[in-house]
Design a protein around this ligand. Structure first.
Ligand SMILES: Cc1ncc(COP(=O)(O)O)c(C=O)c1O
Length: 352
């Protein structure tokens, strides 16, 4: 008899993210402008037929990355986008029906993977004023919890944790023997990091990506940082040669040229400052700008604004329902100032 895995058959996935190339893309937290064209041309100059023909070699880049992070390669596993690393951590560190605790709303793949593997995802909701009470997280860290997933900062809520709050969570995780995954996809937009726990402690992972500040979402590259035994578990799940050679080449060029990284950060900060000041000046409430995205409470109807932005202005943004006191609001990716100008102009025209 043919077999179909019921769990996969019933799994809801969204595959609607194609045909976006003619739009200003402010919907998926990418860098809308991307890396400078001269930089791309320069890096591609070294690409030879052999480079394309051979399987990607990870050792060199992992060493470069380890050096950049001040660690050694035993603490790192390269993955094909951090979404892949998250999946492997769920697979390796939780069991069938195992209890996973995570805040909601957040990056939806935590719940998708939990469902895919038959895990029990327990949701810790935000307060009405969009703050997160760490005591609510700690309360859910029960004896039978296997994995706690936190985001620093969270997407889409943009909240962060103080050192004291994080320390409390880590203490509880140790007491209850719970593995902790901290998703730092939006590191650099918000500089505070908890990676030292992943590099110096055990049973703590940090996942990071080259898709966001590094502006390489099209290349697919991320990494899992953790203690060596944990990292080995993740490595065992990787498909052979999961890391793209082009991705490693671009990433190496960025991390070994601090001026490129700095100019990405500067351009982003200029765009964020412009956006926030312009929203404030025009009486818009907003929240969650610790990452490269922001919630905006519009004056009319958010889903209508999203549809009209797409049709009339060729700008892609998202609307989110039930965002505490904001109700249904916009989530917009933040990018260089010129894109924020384009967005603000369109918003003020449509939202009246
Ligand atoms: C919080 C969070 N984690 C992980 C990812 C996945 O990133 P990647 O491109 O590295 O798979 C995203 C993507 O939007 C995200 O928002």
């Amino acid at each position: 008899m043919y077999y179909l895995n019921k769990r996969i058959e019933n799994l809801e996935r969204i595959f609607d993210q194609n045909e976006r190339k003619d739009y200003l893309r402010l919907d998926l937290n990418e860098n809308p402008g991307g890396l400078p064209q001269e930089f791309i041309d320069e890096v591609l100059k070294d690409v030879t037929p052999q480079f394309v023909a051979q399987y990607p070699e990870t050792l060199h880049f992992t060493e470069v990355l380890a050096n950049f992070l001040g660690t050694d390669i035993g603490h790192l596993c390269l993955v094909n986008g951090s979404a892949e690393g998250i999946r492997y951590i769920i697979q390796a560190f939780t069991s069938e029906n195992g209890r996973i605790v995570g805040v909601v709303p957040s990056y939806f793949m935590f719940q998708v993977y939990s469902e895919m593997y038959g895990r029990n995802f327990v949701k810790v909701p935000y307060n009405e004023d969009l703050t997160m009470d760490v005591n609510n997280i700690i309360r859910e860290m029960t004896d039978d919890t296997q994995l706690l997933i936190l985001l620093n900062p969270n997407n889409p809520m943009g909240n962060v944790y103080t050192d004291e709050e994080f320390e409390l969570i880590i203490q509880r995780a140790k007491e209850k023997q719970i593995t902790v995954l901290v998703d730092e996809a939006y590191h650099y937009f918000y500089p505070k990091t908890f990676i030292k726990y992943a590099l110096n402690d055990e049973h703590v992972f940090v996942t990071r990506t080259f898709s966001k500040l590094f502006s390489m979402a099209g290349c697919r590259l991320g990494y899992v940082a953790g203690w060596p035994e944990g990292v080995k578990m993740v490595q065992k799940l990787c498909t052979p040669h999961n890391t793209n050679a082009f991705a490693m080449k671009f990433a190496e060029e960025i991390i070994t040229h601090p001026n490129i990284l700095q100019s990405l950060i500067d351009n982003f900060n200029e765009g964020r400052k412009y956006l926030i000041e312009t929203l404030d000046a025009n009486g818009y409430q907003h929240k969650g700008e610790a990452g490269n995205f922001i919630f905006i409470k519009v004056k009319t109807d958010a889903p209508t604004i999203v549809a009209r932005m797409k049709e009339e202005k060729k700008i892609l943004i998202k609307s989110y329902p039930n965002v505490g006191e904001f109700g249904t609001c916009l989530r917009v990716s933040i990018g260089e100032k010129k894109y924020m100008e384009q967005f603000c102009q369109a918003l003020f025209e449509l939202d009246k």
